[in-house]
Design a protein around this ligand. Sequence first.
Ligand SMILES: [Mg+2]
Length: 363
Amino acid sequence: MINDEGSKRPRKIVHIDMDAFYASVEQRDNPNLRGKPIAVGGSAARGVVAAASYEARKFGVHSAMPSVTAKRKCPELIFVPPRFDVYKAVSQQIREIFAEYTPMIEPLSLDEAYLDVTENLKGMEIATEIASEIRARIRQVTGLNASAGISYNKFLAKMASDLNKPNGQAVITPKNGPAFVEALPVKKFHGVGPATAEKMHRLGIEIGADLKQQTIEFLVEHFGKSGPYFYGIVRGIDQRQVKPNRVRKSVGAEDTFSQDLHTYEPAREWLQPLIEKVWSYCEANGIGAKTVTLKVKYGDFNQITRSKTLPAPLPAIADLEEIIGFLLLPIFPPRKGIRLLGVTLSSLERQANGTEPQLRLAL
Ligand SMILES: [Mg+2]
């Protein structure tokens, strides 16, 4: 069995990828666009296509193509302005669905993520069943289609999600992984961009089998740090873990004054926008904080901090304001003028209504 630690059982990785995401959202929300070649972003005269509907792709229109070229390839092409707020909201919906299955979610973009479902919250054994359930849930909740790739590492899961697109899924098993990679053109490898593909082409490397013949020394010589990665993936080996979004350890804001402060009232006033900034960040991200730290830097650059930790997260901004006032007061009168004040919240935890549901479930 091929996995990162040899003796452990193989991992089960699912890569979920929404089909023609921005374009599909536009077609969902505007029936007049359904069944038609559309391009999100750009215009008939300028810019580049951000996303193309499948109807447009039939004409050879694809993302990152100059709009003028796209219009030439497909004179019927309809240009639609992007609505990123809507795409973000849909992205949030699909991440909530992922989080019903696993907290091990690594988003690659708004419409794509790796999930490690080796251990999953539903206790399901078969990763392909998890993938089809997730796709059905996405369809039910958002009205949109997703494709999935299932495999024993990230590279192969990502490659697999393309195999039966749109609205399909494919599995690559440890048994057929190496053969699959050998037959794959290197320009299709995830992690091989156009420049690298061109370089490989010049070296006579067209498909996986060509790449597999190269020594690791040769690959390092020509591709630097990517060499060992290429050496591994061409053998179906990819040890990269699914990394959930990093949890922040603290949230802070600070301000330096043009003139040193010597009295309490203006200091307290300067702190108010900092308090509001850190509080609104935490609120927007569903983060609760138990520790409040006030940072004071004097005109001579000496610095002190004063902290208070509560047994439970601060319930309201008024509590934060009160604690800051309580920490600030004993500092006056200051031994020197104050040149900087900062507010930091730490001992963070996810709130029940957080916007990062994978972390909410981890609690
Ligand atoms: Mg996609």
